[in-house]
Design a protein around this ligand. Sequence first.
Ligand code: NAP
Ligand code: HSE
Length: 433
Amino acid sequence: MAEPLNISLIGGGTVGGGVAQILLQHPERIATRAGRPVHIKRVVVRDPHKPRPTIPKELVSTDIAAAIRDPQVHVVVELMGGTGLAKQVVLDSLAAGKHVVTANKALLAEHGPEIFEAARKHERSVGFEASVAGGIPIIRALAESLAGNQITAIQGILNGTSNFILTAMADRGVSYSDALAEAQRLGYAEADPTLDVDGSDAAHKLAILVQIAFGVTVPVNEIERFGIAGLNAMDLRFAHELGYTIKLLAEAWLDGKEVALHVAPVLLRRTDMLAQVRGAFNAVQVVGDAVGEIMFQGAGAGALPTASSVVADIIDLAVGRAQRTFQAMKLWAPHELGFRQRPSEGVRSRFFLRVLVQDKSGMLADVARVLADQGISIASVIQHEAVEEHQGDVVPLVIMTHYAETGRFRSAVSKINSLTGVVPPGVFYSVDD
Ligand code: NAP
Ligand code: HSE
């Protein structure tokens, strides 16, 4: 058998523990696939006394520098998270001549250009399959299997925690905060779960996918994002009544030379394949000019599904494939396709609007007038006589529009918010039909 591939794990938490579990429980399988044994030499953590059922105690330390410097180590696997120390770990590892594997989407979305330039300079590679959609091999699919296509659209459920919360609220009537606590307990959420529920984690992942699919570097703070933190159970009920469900979607599509992209809760018809993706599962629908529409689905978070992708990257390095494909991909480098980001205001969509209004004559007419003034046509209206959402004399009024320009619709909503008899803010979501 050939010389082993030695790795240091920086991080022995949810994902690090999963990677150790796969590598230590199945050494023969891994060695066969990799053509050589894969050995974990070191695992670096913050607290060496924490119980870690899948990691032998003698591997554990708190010494990051030693784990990077160790001359026997070929690959540093960064699974600590964050964008400060983690960035330093990655850059130091590349400078020390180590290949890097990471699941850290925030790091790549924010510092991709610097990290990939350093990797090219040191002739090392960065594997990041686990950074988007957990166990789904979407990075390889886009970068390798679909390389003959021009991708024209990507639509994905990319955050397992949000999808878990939305499913728990819609299917089991669980409250938002209980569902989030459950997702944290199951190891799906980020160390700071705000990133999950405010759309930032999905935006990080979308920035990575857009880089691969369109060669566009979008500064992550320029990706418009709306999360699920403000989502009210009554909106899920109204959506359901109209034949829809609400999903947090990350979307990017090509329009001429422009790429429009955003992260937002969107109403999807309940028969849509993405609408049926439940719990912490992720799904990515891709349209390519040769392949047509193709859909990937699987566990998007959690120890073993994420570790499955990390281990695939490690095996690719052991075999020697990763080094070649990494150099060929030229990610976060000047590109020739010439696509640029498109502002969201001009995007046309249908909208769901829910506004709390006083139950008195003329309110519906006032709201409809503002929409009409912006040239926005109403498709349907719901106002129930007696429902649990009624708060004294205030009732929810739900309006579905026909297609309208986002900018016009948003300016109509801000006018509606200032109408007498309206309790602001009106809540609105795009509708994908
Ligand atoms: P986690 O459970 O919080 O584990 C983080 C690990 O890093 C812990 O072992 C922690 O040590 C260690 N660590 C943190 N700061 C450190 C420091 N300053 N020095 C030394 N060790 C330090 O996080 P995770 O869920 O495994 O996520 C790791 C990465 O994978 C993140 O970038 C995350 O976004 C990404 N990711 C996670 C998932 C998922 O489902 N969880 C899926 C895809 C990608 P202690 O154990 O001693 O605290
Ligand atoms: N917190 C992330 C999620 C982990 O819930 O999707 C997977 O990237």
